[in-house]
Design a protein around this ligand. Structure first.
Ligand SMILES: Cc1cc2nc3c(=O)[nH]c(=O)nc-3n(C[C@H](O)[C@H](O)[C@H](O)COP(=O)(O)OP(=O)(O)OC[C@H]3O[C@@H](n4cnc5c(N)ncnc54)[C@H](O)[C@@H]3O)c2cc1C
Length: 370
């Protein structure tokens, strides 16, 4: 039996960022990850660090996303410096292209709501007409009628991000264990015993960050983690000369030159297969946005599962019945990585989680509380 200050269940982007932050605060951390058999959104996402549309209906989430975007530049410098590899974080702003007047009107309405919701805090995003968009990104198609522009948006290489977090964990003395599926979590005096098939680890704090796997384990520590899968498919093209640095919501060019084309929202359960019809829709939208993509070869595609809560906002909880037991789930684990490491983890380490993240509790879905 080995003792740690905290055990994090799940070594994807969320668990790794939280564990990184805990280790940075000096805690001796163990990270247990199920491994390749699990559904892993962290290895199949689009890589946006996206602010402009986050938090429509929940100002606390809009502010939290903004805070993460503010923390990202320093966070990326630390991670890239430690890894010795640029994790590809760039913050040139981002565009959501609109391909019809209806889409543009819907985006305008969204921005209006976000402005009103933000109040005096302000909301930094604006509508662009077609000519302004053409000035910002070359090669837009006739179908583009306008866009919304968020100056705080950016993108990163999500696989390098994950690798850099794991590297950072190692440098901070954390104990990262792959292929360690947590079977159950039980009380052990005032601490928690986390059981895998072969081991039993004990710590006074346990953080459930197992993505879609959190739902099963939550009840062990008095937590409801209401997450469900939402499939997204993505296409990758061959590498091309650098053409534009600014990411758009559905097309972005990576540092290596490939275009990522995305991404669908499919409520189809635990299914990660690619489908020709959806791939066709993704490719068609990308070509309408940027006709030059018609001559670029797609080389790969995949499906992956988002971790969705009922309202799409994060669920952060400390158990009422099991003090020191937490859950952390969200569908924007790239965007929020900096905030998870440098904002959320310190709140766990310093025992001020409950008051800091009260707005994000899953108890908001409990109708008897309403
Ligand atoms: C198509 C798509 C596009 C996306 N685009 C973006 C984007 O542009 N920007 C953005 O910010 N976010 C994006 N996301 C969301 C982002 O990928 C996720 O929010 C993030 O990866 C979630 O990380 P996670 O660690 O919670 O989950 P996961 O990556 O699923 O990791 C969970 C981990 O828990 C482990 N696990 C599960 N059960 C157990 C168990 N019992 N014991 C031990 N370990 C366990 C698994 O092995 C896994 O490694 C996208 C997602 C998808 C699917």
């Amino acid at each position: 039996m080995k003792s740690h200050d905290a055990i994090v269940v799940g070594g994807g982007l969320v668990g790794s960022a939280v564990a990184f932050g805990l280790a940075e605060k000096g805690l001796h951390v163990a990270v247990l990850d199920e491994g390749d058999v699990a559904f892993r959104a962290s290895r199949g996402n689009f890589g946006l660090v996206w602010v402009q549309s986050k938090g429509d209906g929940m100002q606390a989430y809009a502010e939290w996303t903004g805070r993460s975007a503010d923390l990202w530049p320093g966070f990326a410098d630390t991670l890239s410096g430690e890894l010795g590899v640029d994790i590809g974080y760039r913050k040139p702003g981002g565009l959501h292209l609109c391909l019809s007047e209806k889409e543009l009107e819907d985006r305008k309405a969204l921005l209006h709501r976000m402005h009103n919701q933000a109040g005096e805090g302000g909301y930094d995003c604006r509508v662009l007409d077609r000519a302004e968009v053409a000035d910002m990104v070359p090669g837009i198609g006739e179908a583009v009628v306008g866009a919304t522009y968020g100056p705080h948006d950016g993108h990163a290489n999500p696989l390098y991000l994950l690798r850099a977090l794991h590297n950072g964990l190692s440098l901070r003395g954390a104990d990262y264990r792959p292929n360690a599926r947590v079977e159950r979590i039980a009380r052990d005096g005032s601490a928690y015993a986390v059981h895998t098939a072969t081991e039993r680890l004990v710590a006074p704090k346990v953080v459930l960050a197992a993505g879609l796997g959190s739902r099963r384990l939550g009840p062990d520590i008095g937590l409801d983690v209401p997450v469900a899968p939402l499939k997204g498919q993505i296409l990758v093209t061959e590498r091309c000369p650098q053409r534009f640095a600014m990411p758009t919501a559905f097309v972005r060019q990576t540092e290596e030159g490939s275009y990522l084309l995305g991404d669908s929202h499919e409520d189809v359960g635990f299914d990660v297969t690619s489908s020709v019809d959806v791939i066709g829709q993704i490719a068609a939208r990308a070509v309408r946005s940027f006709p030059f993509l018609n001559d670029v070869r797609v080389v790969r595609g995949w499906g992956a599962l988002r971790i969705m809560t009922p309202d799409g906002f994060p669920v952060y909880d400390e158990s009422e019945t099991h003090p020191g037991a937490y859950s952390v789930s969200c569908h924007s684990g790239v965007t929020l990585a900096a905030a998870h490491a440098l904002g959320l983890a310190p709140a766990i380490a310093d025992d001020r989680f409950r008051e800091t993240f009260a707005a994000f509790t899953a108890r908001r879905f409990d109708v008897s509380q309403a």
